[in-house]
Ligand binder design. Sequence first.
Ligand SMILES: [Zn+2]
Ligand SMILES: [Zn+2]
Length: 363
Amino acid sequence: MVTAKAAVLYGINQPLQIQDIEVDEPQAGEVLIKTSASGVCHSDLHFMEGKWTYPMPAVLGHESAGVVEKVGEGVTNVKPGDRVVVAFVQSCGNCDRCTTGRPNLCQNTQSLQRMGRIKLGGNPIMQFAGMSAFAEYQLVSSKACVHVPDDVPMEVAALIGCSVMTGVGAVTNTVKLQVGQTVAVVGCGGVGLNIIQGAKLAGASRIIAVDLLENKLAAAREFGATDVVDASKGDPIKQVQEMTGGGVDYAFEAIGLMKTAQDAWGMARRGGQAVIVGMLPLAEQLTLPNAGTSFLGEKGIVGSYYGSTRQTYDMPWLMELYRQKRIKIDEIITKRWPLDQINEAYDSLKGGEVNRSVLIMDS
Ligand SMILES: [Zn+2]
Ligand SMILES: [Zn+2]
């Protein structure tokens, strides 16, 4: 049992409280990680704001990298001292989704939402995403650990654990974009910028960034957007359709709102697809305008979860592209905070000030 400082959520829209938790010893197949860096991701905010639900009190956090402290019985892929990024889908490796190359859709991953392995005030609580990364220590499945080369900073590796994988993978893995195809990206935060650089890597001919904020559109250009649409200045669907003569091959939604999901649908051309990357509210209904003509136009809508990651294959190549400076990650990190200031970090995310901020815990 190790004591770790953690950020605890007690209720919807309440500030997180910094408290000690107790993290259990690793059992068979498990690894104890000392957290180095943990990303301030929008997805955690959905739980804090009650758009998605999770048993509370809870320690959120799912975008992290750290150093292996201890391993349980039978763990052979990592050893104490190894630097690793932790994938938040801890796939089993055995189910039919895992064995057909789609481990992000693992059917047994829920079983790894372990109960009782971390304790708060002596009471067992659940481990969010099998991680609970807003803490100094995390107990994770060995299958979630991917090695980080010495010359890749931990804050960079942490971002590969969620926003980079989710964004780039939506293009390269989920839709397998072909050279020359056209793309629109609705929402240019941490994930949106990674969709943009994924589209650039994959050879998209037009990459149209759509946002309401000027600073985000400027960032989008730096990451590879060829055109920008300011959605505060007129109907973004019309603007994209006019620019492209009828829409794009793939329109990515990267915020998690019904309105922007409908926008993405409207921006997809005949034969094109809307790709939902943002976390739409769990229980709401999405209606699709112009269903009839869309059906005749063979339009599609598809979800993209975690960039359809195959973590042990995809995360190493993402780190290699970072080392070669072919993808930007340092540039996404606009602010660093200590764990104690996690509430300020989330306030600044809500205000749209930052691309991505990171909690640095190893100092
Ligand atoms: Zn995330
Ligand atoms: Zn599985």
